[in-house]
Design a protein around this ligand. Structure first.
Ligand code: C2E
Ligand code: CA
Ligand code: CA
Ligand code: CA
Length: 284
């Protein structure tokens, strides 16, 4: 038993060593990755539940690493945040996404005029002094209307933010940019706090809708989610749900009154051209 325990620790040590080394070599490669064009963006459709049409897409960044292959954001965004690279990387994502949204809108088919784009903001970007001017410049350069952009910030990044910290977001909201509270429900913001935030959309974390993947749905989950939807609508906020994986779940969520949904059931994140195909398919 002791030997087995020792083995387990050895494995754990090896494992964490490998992780430290990987972390180290990944963060060394980060700055040049941006210069070398190793990042790319996949887009995952957001579907309007009332009529099933594609409303837009969330931009999700990936890193095509020369040695490790495609890395997901969970593997490098924390490193980019620690090293400060998240600011130029985030600006690059915003630029690409804005240009892409404009391209969708410019497509000759014309059916895609309503397509919008969601971009994730990290806390370092939120507190960066040039967030508002950068965003305005990006929108102008892309020729994109502010209302075609939604910036997603997590609930936890805003908890405790005072009026000064919220000012840049409020300025962007006043310009017409949609602000969504991402991963909603995983933090502890109370009702009165929610009212003070310059947000127009709540994006419910997928942990809340796991109990609805199969019929019958977990009745407690349904009650909680019902409460959140009615709270959001009372506050005049739109509600989006993420992580929708099954048809059963999609139908539950539509009946519960969600405005938009996102998840593998509709489409996995993919190349930007695919979004246009999907939008055209549901418009016909
Ligand atoms: P998020 O903003 O909560 O994004 C949703 C994540 O859920 C994405 O993971 C997406 O691929 C995944 N997902 C979508 N549908 C389903 C589903 O039906 N089932 C399941 N199990 N998962 C689903 P991804 O692409 O790995 O991104 C992870 C996180 O990385 C994002 O979470 C976001 O916080 C962050 N991230 C991605 N792109 C950026 C970026 O450009 N900037 C910043 N700051 N963060 C980013
Ligand atoms: Ca997000
Ligand atoms: Ca989320
Ligand atoms: Ca997340």
């Amino acid at each position: 038993a002791k030997a087995a325990g020792g083995n387990r620790y050895e494995l754990a040590d090896d494992d964490s060593n490998a992780r430290v080394i990987a972390r180290h070599s990944l963060s060394n490669g980060l700055p040049s990755a941006l210069e070398n064009g190793e990042f790319f963006i996949e887009y995952q459709p957001l579907v309007r539940l009332a009529d099933g049409t594609v409303r837009g897409a969330e931009a999700l960044v990936r890193w095509l690493h020369p040695v490790h292959g495609v890395l997901g954001p969970d593997q490098f965004i924390p490193l980019a945040e620690d090293t400060g690279l998240i600011v130029p990387l985030g600006r690059w994502v915003l630029e690409q996404a804005a240009r892409q949204a404009r391209a969708w809108q410019d497509a000759p088919e014309g059916e895609a005029e309503r397509l919008r784009v969601n971009v994730n903001l990290s806390p370092c970007q939120l507190s960066h002094p040039t967030l508002v001017s950068d965003t305005v410049a990006v929108l102008e350069n892309a020729g994109l209307c502010p209302s075609a952009l939604c910036l997603e910030v997590t609930e936890n990044d805003l908890i405790g933010a005072d009026e000064d910290a919220l000012r840049p977001l409020r300025q962007l909201a006043d310009l017409g940019v949609d602000i969504a509270l991402d991963d909603f429900g995983t933090g502890y913001s109370n009702l009165s706090y929610l009212r003070r935030l310059p947000v127009s959309t709540l994006k419910l974390d997928r942990s809340f809708t796991r109990g609805m993947q199969r019929a019958p749905a977990d009745p407690v989950d349904v009650k909680i989610v019902e409460g959140i939807v009615s709270l959001a609508h009372t506050l005049d906020l739109a509600v989006t749900v993420e992580g929708v994986e099954t048809a059963v779940q999609a139908e539950h969520l539509r009946m519960l009154g969600f405005d938009t949904a996102q998840g593998w059931y509709y489409a996995r994140p993919g190349p930007p051209e695919r979004l246009h195909t999907l939008a055209l398919a549901d418009a016909s």
